[in-house]
Design a protein. Structure first.
Length: 202
């Protein structure tokens, strides 16, 4: 908690929210969504982002609706990059195409692929399918940095003069993309990385 208090103290001596607003207005903030998993634990066949959470609404459609609202607020378009895996890359892209990219400009939506790694049991032994082939799965959200750079998007974001990236997991429907308050805190505290947390009540 001392780290948090220190950061909050630094925030009292810098410019207010309008500074973050200006950075967003200039397009310096982009959104990256981690969506390489499948929704098997939700008993849903297909990309996790296509999972329905409300009547007529999925995780992807809700996220894109929030980005559209920000675009209307700031009267400009924003960049969205989605990390997929070899397991759901095509299905995810097809889902966006079928839904006309949920109202977002095609040229501002990018897909990049994370790597796969062998799956192991609790004893560290490789898992195999019924034909004796090694089973593989997405290598986790921690591969974002390497996968993002290898995809060429790091260079593309630099070309677009994007300075800040907000990373969101697709399975958090409460997430706020292009979050002004988060960017304000991040810049004010001069952090390399900032994270939103929720205090546990019990």
């Amino acid at each position: 908690m001392s780290i948090v208090r220190s950061a909050l103290k630094k925030c009292t001596h810098v410019a207010p929210d309008w500074q973050a607003d200006n950075l967003i207005q200039q397009g310096q903030l982009a959104v990256v969504v981690l969506a390489g998993g499948m929704a098997t634990r939700l008993t849903w066949e297909g990309p996790k982002g296509a999972f329905p959470i409300l009547p007529g609404e999925t995780l992807f459609s809700l996220l894109c609706a929030k980005i559209r609202a920000k675009q209307e607020q700031y009267q400009r378009e924003f960049t969205l990059a989605i990390m997929v895996s070899p397991l759901n890359r095509q299905a995810t892209k097809d889902y966006f195409v079928q839904n006309k990219f949920f109202g977002l400009a095609v040229q501002n939506v990018f897909f990049f692929e994370q790597s796969m790694q062998p799956l192991e049991d609790r004893d560290g032994r490789p898992l195999k399918d019924t034909q004796g082939r090694l089973l593989q799965g997405p290598d986790g959200n921690g591969s974002f940095f390497t996968s993002f750079a290898k995809s060429g998007l790091l260079a593309e974001f630099s070309r677009r003069q994007i300075k800040y990236v907000q990373i969101l997991p697709i399975d958090n429907p409460l997430a706020v993309p292009l979050d002004t308050r988060l960017l304000y805190f991040h810049v004010a505290a001069a952090n390399e990385a900032s994270l939103i947390c929720v205090s546990r009540k019990n």
